[in-house]
Design a protein around this ligand. Sequence first.
Ligand code: PSU
Ligand code: MN
Length: 311
Amino acid sequence: MYNYVDISKEVAEALDQGRPIVALESTIISHGMPYPRNVETALDVEKTVRNHGATPATIAVLKGRLKAGLKPEEIEYLGSQGTAVTKCSRRDLPFIVAGKKDGATTVAATMIAAGLAGIKVFATGGIGGVHRGAAETFDISADLQELAQTNVAVVCAGVKSILDIGLTLEYLETFGIPVIGFGVQNLPGFYTRDSGFPVDFQLDSVEDLAAALKAKWDMGLSGGVLIANPIPEAYSFPKEAIDQIIDEALRDASSKKIKGKAITPFLLEKIAQSSQGKSLDANIKLVLNNAKVGAELAGAYMTLLKKAGSS
Ligand code: PSU
Ligand code: MN
């Protein structure tokens, strides 16, 4: 794997010394937020991870090399290039790598790189899922299949209603992917704290989360875990307000016949416009909140591994 992954010095040292690391994705930088707030946010997320005792490993493909751990100038480059950088999921990786191109990694591709590097915890904002109307379009994000097979825990803010939340949960169940509410009984809805759908398990501490991860992987139950951490109350949207904005964005996407990998970035931009930037502010706050939980979870997981190793 070292033939394909460049692990930064800082991340390599943390790996060697068994210190906690949090993987971070780059599609959220290039395709999920406008410049320059995307760059500011990516750097703030790294700072938050550090402030909570872990090492950040932002992941992307640069000139065909998978990178775990980026320099600030590389984050600036990805953010300023925006959608000019290819959004890179599992199916795209071989071509971006072999073609020596740049790629912004989705949740799926970031999990792959994190898995190769030996990083177990990944924090982001939102994951892809089963889209509304999927019965006809078949639009189901490759993120879900990645969660089914790659041993990385993903901390997110739940599933947003640009997706079909119920079908996304069914799909996750089918593939054996546990969905954990962090301190909540109901799945958070990204911009809102409650999607109205119950989660499989509520856990209230990072120690409990770490123990569940260890039990899963020790038993050889491969695949990821989805940890849903609600947006802080102060930044959350009332459900009706955001649902209206999302419905309007979905209608716009459908009339413009936006499809495939372009749909999520299109909807996010529309929602930001119609909410006068409030959805972007909320998005940034929830990502920072997930970075904190991710860092604490990575710490608790490493502590647990050390205890198990010494007993
Ligand atoms: N949801 C967000 N922000 C994002 C994404 C999803 O709120 O930036 C990105 C993530 O990188 C995710 C990808 O992995 O979109 C999913 O895209 P698709 O549905 O095309 O697989
Ligand atoms: Mn899709």
